[in-house]
Design a protein around this ligand. Structure first.
Ligand code: ARG
Length: 395
């Protein structure tokens, strides 16, 4: 008597591919169902997953959730200025959605167990497990449980006629969705090693970018981008087009040491051209339309939001509460921001909004709307306690 059915989160890479025979032979499952979830990884990769899943598993699903990913995960991240240790999160945002889709298929298929190919060293195991356990599934994670080496995996794959693309030519581990591309592993594991140009796919090197600045205009409604250079676009198309434009100008590269949830420090390289531009524009627009009090408090909320999102704790009640606060503030984040992209840098050129809390009539050097004498009264009390203390010390 075998162990029945299991649903496997499937990318088509080496790890998840060898999971199929491992689940059969080593774990004793009778039926393996693979699910590839398309969040905007390269088309060839999705096609490879579909082909391999159909070839190796008993049943395979490929699910395109790119629009949902943008609307339900990337847009909230923009509203929250979502970034972790200084970079716009990408992988972290996609994992919960991928996990939800796997759960949906497991329900449809009547499977009681879910498998994934995450190792026991990274963040993704925790983000996946959180969703799978919340939904009541038992988890099988061969990579984590069996402590396998790359070499063993490659041999095992070859024995099972599984095509292997990892090797000398492709020594890195890449995770990609439409918001961000991350590269790790191989020689990058030496933090002192300078990344070679070949690891980048979305951005040109800033030195090789055009010598003239390229201008872009982003229009926001309720905190999310709705138009690029005057053209209204759905979220996914807007991000894809902006990735092209900003990537050509060398914008959005990041090489950093990151603190993983487990506490391990890891060397990570990222590309996120559109994210860099959109987050810069969004932050700037918030400064035009939100009050000082809102801005200061929202920074705390944004930091907490980002921490929970990084950990994949998207069903944590606090996360819902933070989103509710953020959504309230975003009702007024409408307007346009002009930016200049030049050899890897992004600068704000100008901004405007019908909700601007800005009055040139009040602030201008040339206006007399404000009677400046009124400021003298304000100034009399300004810093009063500190002044008193300073005088005490003098005596
Ligand atoms: N460090 C990032 C995160 O935890 C990205 C990890 C992506 N994985 C990869 N194989 N490149 O979200």
């Amino acid at each position: 008597m075998g162990k029945g059915k299991i649903v496997l989160a499937f990318s088509g890479g080496l790890d998840t591919s060898i999971c199929i025979p491992l689940l059969r032979e080593h774990y004793g499952f009778d039926e393996i169902i693979t699910v590839a979830v398309d969040v905007g990884q390269p088309e060839a990769e999705v096609a490879r997953a579909t082909e391999k899943g159909r070839m190796l598993a008993d049943n395979h699903y490929t699910i395109d959730v790119r629009e949902k990913f943008v609307t339900d995960y990337v847009f909230p991240a923009i509203k929250a200025n979502g970034s972790y240790e200084g970079y716009p999160m990408g992988t972290a945002l996609a994992r919960p959605l991928i996990a939800e889709e796997i759960v949906r298929i497991a329900e449809e298929e009547g499977a009681s167990k879910i498998a994934h190919g995450c190792t026991g060293k990274g963040n993704d195991q925790l983000r996946f497990d959180f969703v799978f356990r919340s939904a009541g599934y038992e988890i099988v994670a061969p990579m984590r449980e069996m402590n396998l080496t790359r070499e063993w995996e490659i041999c095992y794959a070859q024995e099972h006629n599984i095509p292997v693309s990892v090797g000398k030519k492709n020594p890195y581990s890449v995770d990609e969705n439409c918001w961000s591309r991350s590269i790790e592993g191989g020689r990058l594991e030496d933090p002192a090693f300078h990344p070679p140009e070949e690891i980048y796919a979305w951005t040109v090197s800033p030195e090789k970018a055009p010598d003239v600045m390229e201008e872009v205009r982003i229009r926001f409604e309720r905190g999310v981008p709705v138009a690029l250079n005057g053209k209204s676009l759905p979220g996914l198309a807007l991000i894809q087009e902006l990735n092209q434009i900003a990537g050509q100008n060398g914008v959005g590269r990041n090489d950093m040491i990151e603190d993983r949830i487990l506490g391990l420090k890891a060397r990570e390289v990222y590309e996120h051209p559109a994210a860099t531009v959109l987050l810069a524009a969004h932050r700037d627009l918030e400064h035009l339309v939100l009050t000082r009090q809102e801005l200061v408090f929202k920074q705390i909320i944004d930091t907490k939001w980002s921490e929970l999102a990084y950990m994949g704790l998207v069903h944590e009640p606090l996360f819902y509460a933070l989103n509710a606060f953020i959504d309230t503030t975003q009702e007024r984040v409408n307007g346009t921001v002009d930016l200049g992209l030049y050899k890897g840098s992004v600068k704000i050129l100008g901004r405007s909004s019908g909700n601007a809390l800005y009055s040139d009539d009040l602030v201008s050097f040339d206006s007399t709307t404000i009677d400046q004498n009124h400021a003298i009264g304000f100034s009399n009390y300004f810093g009063l306690q500190a002044r008193l203390l300073r005088n005490l010390k003098k005596e």
